[in-house]
Design a protein around this ligand. Structure first.
Ligand code: IPM
Ligand code: MG
Length: 353
């Protein structure tokens, strides 16, 4: 097949993990006979520096002409001043909104060979396989906000409409139908009006999916259940900011934040794919980054936007094989284990493809 992908390397470790994903993509294209055309564009801090805008017009245009966008990471201390006029993160949020990518899928898988890295009892990790579905274009991230001129007051608003909750709830129930048929919806309905709307809407959508079991859990309790009984979750559906927080917490189960991929989807096949981790400026440019989240994001791109399930599976199995062989980047190495570089880890993945 022929496909066009916009690549956004962004900041920090972004360029180095993106370079590895592109080598994997190259291997997939020669191995399976596909033609992938990639165009690199600017996003985040590097886009502020070079184009004065964290989500430049040219990036928008290239994205619109692509089948999918692959993004590495944005942000860094040089753009972090509280008085900054624009921030790298605004580019990412604007892009999610622009493309209507309201459903963010973040699979959390436990690799048995990394269980030793997890600060939880190994028996708690058995059978852990969670799909977090984070609402991505509404809620606390996008409601009305203001920093008052007096510098003493500021507010953000958690605002949802019924239809915003409905569409992401449908994604969660449909995903559960292909899995263990359970949705846990996270809210704070005991305090927040928007979260009471969330809960009643999820209940209504659930009527269309009688084969799926639904339960509701308050977000504070959810943080606890995630570490006390992680294997009880199948699909975890959450508001934008709650999903942001819970996915970092859940990443601990996978051994490292560097392991997690994500897919951001809207109504069609187009999607934005990015690792859950950030730009890690402290290790940028040193070949230390774990490319797994990035490489697995590429696998999700092939599966969801290009319908190449066999190719996606091959990448996932290659990563798993490499981990089973003992390859470890610094974030997933235990004391005394040999650490491989970003590139060496990817070489091993490519060798298995
Ligand atoms: C994420 C990140 C982003 C978010 C930041 C970089 C704006 O934390 O994708 O989880 O908060 O959505
Ligand atoms: Mg986050």
């Amino acid at each position: 097949m022929k496909a066009t992908i916009t690549t956004l390397s962004g900041d920090g470790i972004g360029p180095e993990v993106m370079a590895e994903a592109l080598r994997v993509l190259d291997r997939v294209s020669s191995r399976y006979g596909h033609e992938f055309v990639t165009h690199e564009a600017l996003i985040g801090g590097v886009a502020i520096d070079r184009a004065g805008d964290p989500f430049p017009q040219e990036t928008r245009r290239l994205g619109e002409q692509s089948d999918a966008i692959l993004l590495a990471a944005v942000g860094g201390p040089q753009w972090d001043s509280p008085s900054a006029r624009v921030r790298p993160e605004q580019g990412l949020l604007a892009m999610r909104k622009h493309f209507g990518l309201f459903a963010n899928l973040r699979p959390v898988k436990v690799y048995p060979m990394l269980a030793q890295n997890v600060p939880l009892r190994p028996d708690l990790l058995e059978g852990v396989d969670i799909l977090i579905i984070r609402e991505l274009t509404g809620g606390l991230y996008f409601g009305p906000r203001q920093e008052m001129g007096d510098g003493d007051t500021a507010y953000d608003t958690m605002l949802y409409t019924r239809s915003e909750v409905e569409r992401v709830a449908h994604v969660a129930f449909r995903a559960a139908q292909g899995r263990r048929k359970k949705v846990t919806s996270v809210d704070k309905a005991n305090v927040l009006a928007s979260m009471r709307l969330w809960r009643s809407t999820v209940n209504r959508v659930h009527e269309d999916y009688p084969d799926v079991v639904l339960d509701h859990v308050l977000v504070d309790a959810c943080t606890m259940h995630l570490i006390m009984r992680p294997s009880s979750f199948d699909v975890l559906l959450a508001e934008n900011m709650f999903g942001d927080i819970l996915s970092d917490e859940a990443s601990v189960l996978a051994g490292s934040l560097g392991m997690l991929p994500s897919a951001s989807l809207g109504e069609g096949r187009f999607g934005l794919y990015e690792p859950v981790h950030g730009s890690a400026p402290d290790i940028a440019g040193r070949g230390k980054a774990n490319p797994t989240g990035m490489i697995l994001s590429l696998a999700m791109l092939l599966r969801y936007s290009l319908n190449l399930d066999a190719e996606a599976k091959a990448i996932e199995q290659a990563v798993e094989g490499v981990l089973a062989d003992g390859a470890r980047t610094g974030d997933i190495a235990r004391q005394g284990e040999t650490v491989v570089s970003t590139r060496e880890f990817t070489d091993a993945v490519i060798a298995k493809l």
